[in-house]
Structure formats: C-alpha cells, structure tokens
Design a protein around this ligand. Structure first.
Ligand code: PEP
Ligand code: MG
Length: 592
C-alpha cells in the first residue's frame, strides 16, 4: 500500500487521532494484522453460498418491483448484477480463497472486488466504467448479506480503533463501545447529520463524507484523522506522523488555555451578556457541559434515550434520568425537547419512509402516538419540581400543532394534580423554529409560545432544500447562507415584538464564525455542543455588541454564502489570531 494517501471530507468533530482502522461493516472480523484463518472451511463456503442466494433473490425482487411500480417493461440493467453474482471472478475465486488461503468470505469478496475495481480503473472505456459500478454494488450486497445480523452487539477487539463505516446511523453510534473508539470516519453524511452531532457530544474526532474510504482501506492500516480540517491520511510515513503529532499538541495547548474561561461569563467587551448553554444527548453530557463552562442546558435531545433502548423507556425510567439532569445542573435551567424521532433518528425501521425528513417526524409522531407523548410529558413535568425546567416541541409546522401539544400538556398536568404530584405550574413552553412556515408566520407563533429556539440544522435544510445528511449536496448546505441569516433576523424581530425571548440551538450556535452575526441579530441565548463552548465564549469576549451589529448588517446584505464566509474569515483572522487555527481548522497536508 502506498504511503500518505490523503482523503478529504467534511470536518465533523474536532481533534486529531492516530490509530488502526476498524471496518464497521466487518465487525465480525477480528482486527489483528494477520487475520485468524478460517477453521471450518465448509461452513464458511456454505455461508458464502447462502449470501449469494439471498443477494440474487433481493436483486430479482428489486427488478420485479421496478417493473411493477415504475411501469417499466423490463429492468434488464439489473441482470448484469444478477449474472455477476455467479461470475467466475467472484463466485469461484471467493471459494478458492476460502479453501486455499483459509480466508473469511467477507475478506475474500472485499479483496476480489478491490482487485477488479483497480483493473477497471486502468481502462478508459465508459461502458466498462459503468460495469465497475455494478461490481461495486454487487459485492457490497454480498458483504451486507455475509454480516451476521444476530451479531447485534457493537463491540470491538481489545485495542483502541478508528471506526470506518460507509454510514453510521445515530442508533448504531449510540450503541457503540465508545471507550475504544479514537475517531469515526464515514463515506456518507454531512456536518449536521445526527451521527456528526453525536461525535461532537462524545468528544470523538470525526470526518464524514469521505465518499470512498471503505473501499480504500483494509482493517488494521494506520490512519491519521484530522477532525479540525476534515483530512485523513492513510498509511502515514514517520515524518507525517510527527507533523500531525506536533499539530495535535499545539491545538491541545490552545484548547487547554481556553478552558480557563470556564467560570467567566459570555460577555462582550462592551458589557452585553448572552446566555450560553449546552446541547446534550445523554445524561453523562451534563458533566461535560459544566466542565466546558456552559450555563444551563439549552437543548436536551431526549430522543437519544429511545435510540439506545430496545424498548420504549417507561415513565419511571425517564423521570429518573430527567431528574438526574435537572439536579446536576440546578440552579441553571434545562430545556427538554420532546421526542424528535424520525428523519435520521429511527427507533423502528420496519416501515421505512420514502422521504423521512419530510415525513412522520418529531411533533407529528408525538401527536399521533399520544400514549408515548403523554408518558414523556408526565416524566418531564415531574422533573420540573425545582422550577428549573422548560419544554419545547420540535419541528412545528402549523399553529394547531402547538395548540394541541399544549392542550395535551394541560391534560397531563390535570392528571398529576389529581394524584397530588408536584410540578412547576408556571413552566415555560416554547417551540423550535426550524420549518420556514413558522419563520414566515413567526408573529402568530410568538403569541402561542413562551419562547423560540431556532433549529438552524433543519431550517437550513428546509430553506435551501438540501438534505443535511447527504454528502452529494453537502457543498450547498450552509447555515451561513444569507437566506438563513435573513430568516433568523425575521424570527428574532417577531419574537421581540411579542416580548418573547429567542435562542439558537442549531450547530450555527457553536460555529465561531457565526457568533458575531448571531449576537448582532439580537439572539438572546446560544446553545451549542459542550466541546465548542470555550471557543464560542472566547469569540464573544473578544467582540463588542456594537461591532457585531455592524457585522450582522453587512452579512445579511450579501447574496451568497461564499461572500459571508470570506468576510467572516477575515474578521476571525484579524481579531482572533491566538485561536484562529482552531477555528479555521487549516489543512496541514497543504503546508507540506
Ligand atoms: C436543529 O434542527 O437545528 C436542531 C437543533 O435539532 P436537530 O439537530 O436535533 O434536528
Ligand atoms: Mg431539528
């Protein structure tokens, strides 16, 4: 294998990690450099043949469905893949390698696929290039069918590893043995996909949208992950390792210094203090929030509790967990966001939706599954006994949803009253503003909600019509797009006109570049991943509110994200020299 193979993706979670690759899709294979030879050859061959049969059946079903649903007369293009399953180059060759080299079927198929693709790459013929895609698809399908689905526990060998996956769902991530994971790398995903958000919460460096990393590495190969710049170096030389170790030490020193701001307020040089809170996914994140200098919890993504369980958590379990969070952060407040299942956070994938981000998600789910919703509300209300809890509803689209959700809260409150159970009667109920319809009608919504929290992750995806998890369109997804900034301005003005406060809890609130704009637009609260809070605080403490207003005005006047970004990068470059490398995450490989 060549040295210093550089791959570029999207920087999803900061930090530099160095370690051996472990392929998630091959988690049944042991990591050890020289892999264990297969003991029962006949069993392995049987397993391979079963996977081939299963793949064939799947492809034939897809073909039949395409013909039926799309009204095609035939779908012969799939025949190429069906035939490839029994092609000597795949079928006979795999059996040969299992028999003669005692290789596991997954590894044999993967090696064969890699060899074939390398050959196709050398040929400059569009027809054959197309065939390379078929080989890739078909071998992926065989590997998928070779993975033992019963092997549900996501555990790893003894060593610390760099986890490499085509894609990692939030529920996969939630079930990982995180202590052994040095970093995540995925072919797919975007900066605000929930797996990336979780990597930041877990403080594990991550690079996503690498497109083909799973095709380009083998288990055990050494990898450098630079989560600041979104760069991966496969099979590095000693010199490269040394460079990255230097960069790591340098940035760790800066981060350590920033932790010195922990107990200082998020106050601008001209004396304006903004509420700086943390987003959390798990109870354990509360300690990290406090250690990084957050005030309260501005967004508790409660759905992660459902993603880590095999069954729906009951009221008592939820109450225990919620109370723990409330007690730990008291006297500061916690904003509980009610269940936001759906989109890429799937609890039960038995009935996949064609368009999950536009589908049965969040409050839409809760209003239909009142049993689940009421159980959660009871647990939250009970946890509000110290008067430090707020509730907010995710993905509100229509005013009637807010009215109905509030009616259900009242119903639950009445039930608690009847039982004599204590809760906060004045608890604030707010909504997430993350759908354009709410931004446009913000004045009307501000009359129903006690506060707004702007979810720019979804607001960006719905305003720009760009899937936040799709790496193919990641270059179009930008929370600094002027249309997003102008929408934030509309929302803040509407909230303030109605004497309501407004926070921002999307990833933009943890993006140091965006901080002057959010301050300048008059946002009252910022809530971000604990790991980025020190940087955000540093930016706030370097700026004045007056200059932030000027910066915000300038930014909303631009017409493209590029202009906004260039302008803001210049400001960071000149005003925040001490931490600019941390913020701008420059690419070390380009300096060589
Ligand atoms: C958002 O959409 O900005 C948000 C904070 O919610 P989530 O990322 O969980 O969808
Ligand atoms: Mg959202």
């Amino acid at each position: 294998m060549k040295n210093d193979i550089i791959l570029r993706g999207i920087a999803a979670s900061p930090g530099i990690a160095i370690g051996p690759a472990f392929l998630f899709e091959e988690r049944s294979i042991l990591l050890e450099g020289a892999l264990q030879p297969v003991r029962d050859i006949d069993k392995e061959i049987k397993k391979f043949k079963t996977a081939i049969r299963k793949s064939k059946k799947e492809l034939e079903d897809i073909k039949r469905n395409l013909v039926k649903k799309l009204g095609l007369t035939k779908a012969n293009f799939l025949d190429v893949q069906i035939l490839a399953l029994e092609d000597t180059w795949i079928f006979d060759e795999t059996i040969k390698r299992i028999r003669e080299e005692k290789k596991e079927a997954i590894r044999a198929v993967k090696e064969i696929s890699k060899g074939l693709l390398a050959k196709f790459k050398e040929i400059d013929d569009p027809y054959l290039k197309e065939r390379a895609c078929d080989i890739k698809d078909v071998t992926k399908r065989i590997i998928k069918n070779l993975i033992d689905k019963k092997d549900k526990a996501i555990s790893f060998p003894e060593k610390m590893i760099i986890l490499v996956a085509n894609n990692l769902s939030p529920s996969d991530t939630a079930q990982l043995e995180k202590e052994k994971v040095l970093a995540f790398l995925t072919d797919l995903g975007g900066r605000t996909s929930h797996t990336a958000i979780m990597a930041r919460a877990l403080e594990i460096p991550a690079v996503v949208a690498l497109r083909e990393i799973t095709d380009n590495i083998f288990a055990g190969v050494k990898i450098i992950v630079d989560g600041y710049a979104g760069v991966v170096v496969v099979n590095p030389t000693e010199k490269t390792l040394k460079n990255f170790e230097e960069k790591r030490n340098h940035l760790l020193d800066i981060e350590k210094e920033l932790l010195g701001l922990r107990d200082l307020p998020a106050t601008t040089v001209d004396g304006y203090t903004i509420d700086l809170s943390a987003n959390i996914e798990f109870t354990s994140d509360v300690d990290s929030a406090k250690n990084h200098g957050a005030r309260g919890i501005g967004l508790y993504r409660t759905e992660f509790l459902y993603l880590t369980q095999m069954e729906l958590p009951d009221e008592e379990l939820q109450f225990k967990i919620y109370k723990n969070v409330v007690d730990k952060i008291y006297p500061e407040t916690v904003i509980f966001r009610t269940l936001d299942l759906g989109g890429d956070k799937i609890f039960d994938n038995t009935t996949p939706e064609p368009n999950p981000f536009l589908g049965w998600r969040a409050i839409r789910f809760s209003l239909k599954r009142k049993d689940i919703f009421k159980t959660q509300l009871r647990a939250i209300l009970r946890a509000s006994y110290r008067k430090s809890v707020r509730i907010m509803f995710p993905m509100i689209t229509d005013l009637n949803e807010v009215k109905e959700a509030k009616r259900i809260v009242r119903e639950v409150a009445d039930e608690l009253d009847k039982k004599g159970i204590k809760y906060d009667r004045e608890l604030e109920i707010g909504i997430m503003v993350e759908v354009p319809s709410v931004a446009i009608l913000a004045d009307e919504f501000a009359k129903e909600a006690d506060f707004f929290s702007i979810g720019t992750n979804d607001l960006t995806q719905y305003l720009l019509a760009v899937d936040r998890t799709n790496e193919l369109v990641a270059s179009l997804y930008d929370h600094l797009h002027p249309s997003v900034l102008r929408t934030i301005k509309i929302i803040v003005e509407s909230a303030h006109r109605n004497s309501k406060w407004v926070g921002v809890c999307g990833e933009i609130a943890g993006d140091p570049l965006a901080i002057p704009v959010l301050l300048g637009l008059g946002v009252d609260e910022l809530s971000a991943a604990p790991i980025v809070i020190p940087e955000v605080k540093k930016v706030i403490r370097t700026l004045s509110l007056k200059e932030s207003k000027e910066i915000a005005n300038k930014c909303i006047g631009f017409s493209t994200s590029k202009e906004v970004r260039n302008f803001l990068r210049d400001i960071i470059n000149t005003k925040l020299t001490a931490i600019k490398e941390l913020i701008l995450g420059e690419d070390y490989t380009k300096k060589k």
